[in-house]
Design a protein around this ligand. Structure first.
Ligand code: IPM
Ligand code: MG
Length: 359
């Protein structure tokens, strides 16, 4: 097939890991006979430096016209002092909103060989295989923001609102995913305090009636945070609102042992999706060639599956990553022996894709 893929390296280690994602896509194209056209664009601090805004209209148009978008990371100390609407992160939020990507899938699977990198005891990690479905274009992230003055000093507002349809579509997606997995949805909220959460709970219970094969449980976000550390294997699909999802998915990543291993897919009504590792721009290690590219490469597998419908290709990439991990070709965040460079890990995965038996 022919596909156009926008590459948004972004800031810090972003361009380094995206280069390895592209390398793997090139390997897939060669192995399976596809033609991928790459369109490099800027986002975040890189776009601010070049154009004065974290996402230009023309970049957004390129993304809308593409089949998929692969992104590295945005942000860094250089741009920290900028006002909210000019922060690098605003570019990412505008891209999610502009592409209508209301669902963010973040799978958490512990690789048995990497279990010793987790801060948790190995027995707490056995059989951990869950996926977060995070609502991505609503809630407090996109609510009205305001500052004013009272007689005591400054006051700030961030409005938290959810409309029923925003909850329903993401909860439905969680149920569909659970049907293809172990048949369990945990809907996470703070219904003992928040009105948005009470609406969330009502909608989730209603959607559950259409999916009798799936069991729905409701859980408060604070106890969910604890259960992730004590009984993570008891989760299958976790669906939650934007900010709770932001926080819980970093906790989920810590279970795996390295933020560098976690991929994500952001999806909406159309086929074009945004695929990115969940780690940040890691300015402290940027430019050193030591960042772990596996989160980006696993995001490439999600891209192949969700935006291009190339399931065998996605499986070939996942199998290649597994083989690379088994061979101990790992960057410093995971390596037990001599750490390998970002490029060496990307090259190893790519060559395993090319020599795999599939295709
Ligand atoms: C994430 C990140 C972003 C978010 C930031 C960079 C805006 O933390 O993708 O989880 O909060 O959504
Ligand atoms: Mg986050």
């Amino acid at each position: 097939m022919k596909a156009t893929i926008v590459l948004l390296g972004g800031d810090g280690i972003g361009p380094e890991v995206v280069a390895q994602g592209k390398r793997v896509l090139d390997a897939v194209a060669a192995k399976f006979g596809h033609t991928f056209t790459f369109v490099p664009e800027l986002i975040g601090g890189a776009a601010l430096d070049a154009h004065g805004v974290p996402l230009t209209d023309s970049t957004l148009v390129s993304c809308k016209e593409a089949n998929a978008v692969l992104l590295g990371a945005v942000g860094g100390p250089k741009w920290d002092a900028l006002p909210g609407h000019l922060r690098p992160e605003k570019g990412l939020l505008a891209l999610r909103k502009g592409l209508g990507l209301w669902a963010n899938l973040r799978p958490v699977k512990v690789h048995p060989l990497l279990a010793d990198k987790s801060p948790l005891r190995p027995e707490r990690l056995e059989n951990v295989d869950l996926v977060f479905v995070r609502e991505l274009t609503g809630g407090v992230y996109f609510g009205e923001k305001k500052r004013d003055q009272t007689e005591r000093g400054a006051r700030a507002f961030d409005a938290l609102t959810y409309e029923e349809y925003e909850i329903e579509r993401v909860v439905r997606l969680a149920f569909r995913l659970a049907e293809a997995r172990r048949g369990k949805v945990t809907s996470v909220d703070k219904a003992n305090v928040l009105e948005t959460s009470r609406l969330w709970r009502e909608v989730a219970s209603r959607v559950a009636k259409d999916h009798p094969a799936v069991t729905l449980e409701h859980q408060l976000v604070d106890s969910c945070a604890m259960r992730l550390l004590t009984h993570a294997a008891s989760f299958d699909v976790i669906v939650t609102e934007n900010m709770f999802g932001d926080i819980l998915t970093d906790e989920g990543a810590a279970l795996v042992g390295s933020l560098g291993m976690m991929p994500s897919a952001s999806l909406g009504d159309g086929r074009v999706g945004l695929f990115e590792p969940i780690h940040g721009s890691a300015p402290d290690i940027a430019g050193k060639g030591i960042a772990n590219p596996l989160g980006t490469i696993l995001s490439v597998a999600m891209l192949l599956k969700h935006s291009l419908g190339l399931v065998a290709e996605a499986e070939a990439v996942e199998a290649a990553v597994d083989a690379t991990v088994r061979a101990g070709i790992l960057t410093g965040d995971l390596a037990s022996a001599t750490p390998k460079s970002t490029i060496a890990v990307g090259a190893d995965v790519s060559s395993r894709v090319v020599s795999s038996s599939k295709g």
